[in-house]
Design a protein around this ligand. Structure first.
Ligand code: E4P
Length: 218
């Protein structure tokens, strides 16, 4: 399973990248605003900065919601760097735009996926990735992991190339369950990625090993 980090924070992206297990980055307009990145020029420059740190797909989200606007914005975003993936919202105008991008070889990430039907039409349009938001479904008492499993089955039934990018990941167990289901990618916060390394028996075991080594080498 590929690991993407879901942030626009440069320090966190650098820290995750330094671990050597980072495959890509996802951003969205809310994450950009959280970092104080506003204004078109600053936003575009921020994408380039991220692309220069991580050698992998970097999702850059369009703001337009009409077909012509999405195509214009997406085609421009795709010129910024070879690793840019145009993030398009799951709306019918977005589906049309994804079909267009797919025919031109521009990679896409269809975002705000909350149902299997949405995942199906995004795949038929040729989306490179689809982003089911599992944490936001959990927030409203709907099992987000069940959706990931349902999409996995549908994509496998028809050998769709579209990759399932589990998004809105909140904690390490989400990551582990996504891996069990066979999600192609997960995107999550740095905290959840780092938490995968923790185990109290590892901590206490290492303390004991180091203490015993110190005793024997006095
Ligand atoms: C997906 O690409 C989104 O950026 C993201 O995962 C949304 O997560 P949230 O529900 O924590 O905002």
């Amino acid at each position: 399973m590929k690991f993407f980090i879901d942030t626009a924070n440069i320090d966190e992206i650098k820290e995750a990248n330094a671990l050597g297990i980072l495959d890509g980055v996802t951003t969205n307009p809310s994450l950009m605003a959280k970092e104080g990145i506003t204004g078109e020029e600053n936003i575009l420059n921020h994408y380039i900065t991220i692309c220069n740190i991580v050698d992998g797909p970097v999702s850059a989200e369009v703001i337009a919601t009409d077909y012509e606007g999405i195509v214009k914005e997406g085609e421009y975003l795709a010129t910024l760097h070879k690793n840019i993936v145009v993030k398009v919202p799951m709306i019918l105008e977005g589906i049309k735009a994804i079909k267009h991008f797919s025919s031109k070889g521009i990679k896409t990430n269809c975002t705000l996926i909350f149902s299997a039907g949405q995942a199906l039409i995004a795949a038929k349009a040729g989306a490179t990735y689809i982003s089911p938001f599992l944490g936001r479904l959990d927030d409203i008492s709907v099992n987000g992991l069940d959706l990931i499993a349902q999409i996995r089955q549908i994509y496998d039934n028809y050998s769709f190339d579209t990759e399932i990018l589990a998004a809105s990941v909140r904690h390490p167990m989400h990551i582990i369950h996504c891996a069990e289901i066979g999600s192609d990618v997960m995107t999550g916060p740095l905290k959840a990625i780092k938490a995968l390394a923790n185990h109290p028996l590892t901590t206490s075991g290492l303390e004991t090993f180091l203490a015993d080594h110190a005793k024997g080498n006095k």
